[in-house]
Design a protein around this ligand. Structure first.
Ligand SMILES: Cc1cc2nc3c(=O)[nH]c(=O)nc-3n(C[C@H](O)[C@H](O)[C@H](O)COP(=O)(O)O)c2cc1C
Length: 338
């Protein structure tokens, strides 16, 4: 997929997700085939003020490229300044967030709340595009609610103002994350625009990706929750697209534990030990969610607070798997021992 001057190796994008798409997550998505990864949404004011949390969030490694940053805001001047800074810092692409439904962002008139103000949105588009040479895109929802569906209008404004692509999460702001993403709307948007359209929402299996691509004619797929604890979903979709089937088997439980271990090492590279342990608890749950005996392992993992403890739990779990020659039930024993 091509987004302006940026040529991607495929059409699979790792969604920007607050609290999730940190460097460790992005690196694993990239490793398993994401064509583009994003830093989580940053409020434009916080980015401009360089606070300490921001320094951790926005730092990226060269091997993550191509990498995008996403801003939420509604002040064209601030957005232009932030875009210039992001370009100077080496990002490859900038996305504008018009999809976030959380009150903290909405009460500032940003995120999906901005969909109610298309003229203001257009001013933001114009300012961002004029400020930089790197490509600018926007991600938005279907509209504020079912009585105010203006995704085609927003898409057209983005195209007119020089944005090089759009991503639609076809739920309304009012819907939040309830119900289903209505990709009929993605199809309508694609038919209305010349620039690439990326679909986001409810793609959890390679078959979902194929169905959405076929049905909507969209150019790319953005993966969010489907890739939690399952970064190899990118590889599976890429294989399905190029060969019509998934031929690399999904990692077995032992391999998944090895990926979790690596995920933790990458978190330690990004955060201090206490924070890395807090963050890994959530990811661990996802990596082992469908492993027999996992509730008890999770319970232990949920209390993990040191690097040693983390490795101890995984060592015991792995040893158990090995003893059982790949049979999973032994996990229950390990968990109980903890
Ligand atoms: C925990 C969480 C955090 C999210 N953070 C962002 C964000 O920072 N920026 C953004 O554009 N979308 C964000 N989203 C929305 C996702 O990018 C995506 O559009 C949505 O989850 C639907 O796709 P999915 O069904 O593949 O998850 C977030 C979603 C979740 C669940």
């Amino acid at each position: 997929m091509q987004l302006g001057t940026l040529q991607l190796r495929n059409n699979l994008v790792a969604a920007p997700m607050c609290g999730i798409s940190n460097r460790a997550y992005r690196l694993l998505c990239k490793r398993y085939g994401a064509g583009l990864v994003y830093v989580e949404m940053l409020k434009v004011e916080s980015f401009l003020h360089h606070n300490r949390k921001m320094m951790t969030l926005k730092y990226f490694r060269e091997d993550e490229r191509p990498i995008g940053i996403q801003f939420a805001g509604n002040n064209p001047l601030w957005l232009a300044d932030a875009c210039k800074m992001a370009e100077d810092e080496g990002y490859d692409i900038i996305d504008f967030n018009m999809g976030c439904p959380v009150p903290k962002i909405g009460k500032c008139g940003a995120g999906s709340a901005l969909m109610a103000y298309p003229e203001r949105a257009a001013k933001c588009f114009e300012a961002m595009v004029k400020a930089v040479k790197i490509p600018v895109t926007v991600k938005f929802r279907a509209g504020v609610n079912e009585n105010h569906l203006n995704f085609v209008q927003i898409g057209r404004l983005a195209q007119e103002h020089g944005l090089v692509g759009v991503t639609i999460h076809p739920r309304t702001r009012e819907q939040g994350y309830t119900g289903l993403a209505n990709h009929e709307r993605t199809r309508e948007l694609k038919a209305s625009l010349r620039i690439p359209v990326i679909a986001s929402g409810d793609v959890k299996e390679p078959e979902d990706a194929m169905r959405v691509l076929r049905h909507t004619g969209c150019d790319g797929i953005m993966l969010g929750r489907g890739a939690w604890g399952r970064p190899w979903l990118f590889r599976e979709i890429a294989e399905m697209q190029s060969h019509g089937r998934v031929f690399t088997p999904s990692p077995d439980p032992l391999e998944r534990l090895a990926i979790l271990r690596e995920h933790f090492e990458l978190l330690l590279e990004a955060f201090n030990e206490t924070h890395a342990c807090q963050v890994v608890r959530r990811y661990a749950t996802w990596y082992i969610r469908d492993v027999k005996g996992s509730p008890a392992i999770r319970a232990r993992m949920n209390r993990v607070s040191t690097r040693e403890e983390f490795h101890e739990i995984l060592d015991e779990t792995e040893a158990c798997f090995e003893r059982e020659l790949g049979h999973e039930p032994a996990l229950a024993t390990v968990a109980a021992a903890g």
